[in-house]
Design a protein around this ligand. Structure first.
Ligand code: C5P
Length: 398
């Protein structure tokens, strides 16, 4: 997938630097070439020799290396790659990037480059959550810098929380998604997926049986064709795919907000099984079961229809809006009406009667309905359905 692509890999000074050696190996195994750059503090964690041996290339460490300036200046070095990856991106490196500093080779390259940049942050949980760091993180996002991770988990410093660098396989997937030459490269596609959870009180909620598998497969298939995918998911049982920007949400209202925040997009696929209703005035404390008193009654309010809201946007509507229709009776007729009612371009309809085993299962049999009519696809795996749908989306966006 990365054949003919060159990655400039800036390794920052953090304990996760050892994982970046593995990343070099993975990029090369995928056909890509790596030029490593080590910051001064990175050299405390990994040696230039190991990075160079794995990359099979020269490693750059100092700004004022005259030979290199004669052979290839820092400007040239910063622009000769298809992608600049900063892994681990320490708090200090990200602060320098956000502030536009250029006082060593890594920061100078990052300021001089006009190549897309991906950061894989890695730091202690308190550092990650510190307002100064969070300010820098949002500044970098505004500057168009992409991010993978950090993950949540045990840290080398003995604490627990967000701050662990994303695994090398996840960084590789993010790299592939950014620079693979698919028909959707340069396109931004939104995908909603999974169920939503509508709280009754802090411990109870209304939900549905959506596993999120079809949404996952669609997001992966779109990313494999080169799209930048924003994947807005409710609490699904299936883990979110690699190589997409995951935005986790709980409720329908949060999902709509996340969808709006992720716009603009070239296309949007609404595969989420959004709860139709939410509990009005969910209790802030756990509702107690008191002996002799009747069960509480729930009052419900209708949730926003995210698909219809986006499909009917007057400005900024994605060019292609795709909805799903899970039906048990008169599938095509109901779905055709739904397409018109909601104002979307396509509806992917499927029969979720229990005897089909589709809901929660591995396979799907869908009919794609557009303005010209209905096209039924033979029953196949959810991955195949996703691939065909991603190809159809690529063809429609042209
Ligand atoms: O109306 P129904 O739930 O059958 O419509 C299904 C389609 O609408 C799906 O694409 C689903 O993701 C979307 N939807 C939505 N917001 C809702 C309800 C459904 O986006 N509140």
């Amino acid at each position: 997938m990365l054949q003919g692509k060159r990655i400039l890999l800036i390794i920052g000074g953090g304990i996760a630097a050892y994982k970046s050696l593995e990343l070099i190996r993975l990029i090369r195994r995928d056909g890509g070439a790596v030029t490593p750059v080590l910051t001064k503090s990175a050299e405390q964690f990994v040696t230039p020799l190991s990075a160079s041996a794995l990359a099979g290339d020269k490693v750059f460490t100092h700004l004022f290396d005259l030979t290199d300036e004669a052979e290839m200046g820092h400007i040239e070095l910063s622009r000769s790659a298809d992608l600049v990856v900063v892994a681990p991106a320490t708090a200090d490196l990200m602060a320098k990037m956000a502030g536009g500093h250029a006082n060593d080779l890594a920061s100078t390259l990052l300021l001089a480059t006009d190549t897309p940049v991906l950061v894989a942050p890695s730091m202690n949980v308190r550092m990650w959550l510190h307002p100064a760091n969070q300010r820098n993180v949002s500044m970098l996002a505004q500057d168009g810098i992409r991010r993978v991770g950090p993950d949540e988990g045990d840290m080398a410093c003995g604490e627990f929380g967000p701050g662990r660098m994303a695994e090398p396989t996840a960084i590789l997937a993010a790299i592939q998604a950014m620079i693979s030459d698919g028909p959707l490269s340069g396109r931004h596609v939104l995908v909603t997926s999974g169920p939503t959870h509508e709280p009754i009180d802090p411990v109870r909620y209304l939900a549905n049986r959506s596993s999120g598998q079809q949404g996952n497969a669609i997001a992966s298939a779109l990313a494999a064709l080169g799209a930048r995918v924003t994947f807005i998911t409710g609490p699904a049982s299936a883990a979110a795919p690699l190589g997409v920007d995951v935005v986790p949400v709980q409720t329908a209202v949060e999902m709509l907000e996340a969808v709006k925040a992720a716009m603009p997009a070239d296309a949007a696929v609404f595969a989420a099984a959004v709860a139709d209703w939410r509990v009005t005035d969910a209790a802030s404390g756990k509702i107690k079961k008191a002996a002799g008193s009747p069960p509480p009654s729930l009052s419900l309010a209708e949730n926003p229809d995210i698909l219809a809201t986006v499909a009917q946007m007057e400005t900024g509507r994605p060019r292609l809006v795709v909805g799903f229709a899970a039906e048990t009776d008169d599938v095509i007729e109901n779905a055709t009406q739904k397409r018109t009612r909601k104002g979307c371009d396509w509806i992917v309809a499927n029969d979720v009667s229990p005897e089909t085993g589709i809901m929660g299962g591995q396979e799907n049999a869908v009919t794609v309905i557009d303005e010209t009519g209905a096209e039924s696809w033979p029953r196949t795996s959810k991955e195949d359905v996703a691939r065909k749908l991603a190809e159809r989306i690529a063809a429609a966006l042209g």
